[in-house]
Each structure stands twice: as C-alpha cells, then as structure tokens.
Design a protein around this ligand. Sequence first.
Ligand code: ATP
Length: 251
Amino acid sequence: MNAPGDDVLLAVEGLEAAYGQVQAVRGVSLSVGHSEVVAVIGANGAGKTTLLRALTGLLPSRGRIMLGGRPVARPSPEETVRLGISLVPERRQLFESMSVRDNLLLGAYHRIGQESRATIEEDLRRMFALFPALVNRAASPARTLSGGMQQMVAIGRGLMARPRLLLMDEPLLGLAPLVIRDILGTLAQVQHQGQSILIVEQNAKAVLGLAARAYVMEAGRVVRQGPATTLAQDPAVRTAYLGGHVESAEG
Ligand code: ATP
C-alpha cells in the first residue's frame, strides 16, 4: 500500500525545521496517497507537531513539499488553506463560547461567497451525519461539550474546508477508549469516501489499526517506515510504542 507515482497527493523530501538553535525536524521525507491514511507515530518531543507546523507554514522550513505534483514553494497558513490542506490542531483550539454549529461553519469560512450557501449547509448536514452525537448539541457552546465531542467538532471543522488533505495532530490525546473507537470508525468512513489523511499520534496502537502506512519519528528524524501492519509486528516498534505486547495492534 505504498503511494506510488500518480497516486501521491503529498510528497515531502528532506524537510528541516528549527526553533532557533533547536533542530526539531531533520531531513524528513514522507508521502501520502490519494484516499490514503498515513500515520506518524513517535514519543513526546519527537517532532510530530513541528512537522505539521512546517507543512502548514506556521513555521518556516527547508526542503521540498509537493502537493498533487506541484511544489508548494513557500507554505503559509493562507496558501495552505487555498491549496486544500486543513489542520485539526492539537488540543482542538475551538472557539469555546461559540456554538458547535458555528465552530463547524468556521471550517468553511473561505468557501463562503465562493460556493452556494446550500452547498455549505449540505456539508454541515454531512458532519452531523458523521458525528450523530453532535446533533442535539448543535446550538450548545463548544465549552459545554465533553473532550470527545469537542474533538469531533474539531475534526468536523477540518472537514468543512473540504480539504484535499486533512492533517491531524494527536486527535486521540486524553480520550476514553470508547470515544477513540468511535472517532477511528468515523475516520475510516471518511477515508472510504476518498479523504486523504496524515495523522500524527502518540497512541501508536490506535492509529496503526487505522492507517495503511506509517512513519516512526525519533528526535526529528524518520527512523522507520512501512505498512502499518508490518510496523505493528516490528519488535522495536512493539517495545517502544506498543508496550511490548504480542497481540494484534488492531482494536
Ligand atoms: P508532542 O507529542 O509533545 O506534541 P511532538 O512529537 O509533537 O511532541 P514537537 O512539539 O514537534 O514534538 O517538538 C519537537 C522538539 O522541538 C522538542 O525537542 C521540543 O522541545 C522542541 N520545541 C517544540 N516547540 C518549541 C518551541 N516553541 N520553542 C523551542 N523548542 C520547541
């Protein structure tokens, strides 16, 4: 399930990003195919968030980023949105006093005026179909929702941009197992509908059950990569990220 040739949506080569003297991403190369879910796993501080910040232009970077076969010369947050990359940020970053519905609509902000109101409303209905738990909370301020529901809003907001590529930063952090299962199920559903996703997570066990391929980051570098099922069986990955358990990484 590698992402060869024309199937590549995102191709990153030799990406470098630093905070002053702190080199946080060191020569990272990776790819995401069309309709593919790719995971980046790694411990706290491995450079996963920095990788996403570099890809979305929140942090300057060096290296090559290609989207749909075209170079992204100088990524900036505005350019990234225009190109069709949407980020679901770490810790959700919702507007807490705004309603669930309005938070979702914010994801489609750049589409307003470009597309009909009906199209955007239709997408909103699609989000409530994907996350039925949100239906009765549509008018509630986001701060009144549980962490799991807030994460659903953050994912829905990301999808409301109709992105070619959805980037997700630790979407499972701090969530209960049942909520994680729900969210993984929904992500599998959107992937089947054609959505490409790059997901960075410390919860390796959960994402290796969802992703087709994965990369392991340590100290800013990719140290391992391959099909998720292969990595889930890799003794070094098991010891470092899966608690050394011998059973399947799925579930
Ligand atoms: P986490 O799971 O904690 O988000 P991560 O894999 O996303 O970890 P990063 O947040 O990308 O890791 O951090 C990579 C490295 O960059 C770490 O050494 C971290 O201390 C450093 N770093 C992150 N943010 C900054 C910053 N704003 N200024 C300086 N150094 C930073």
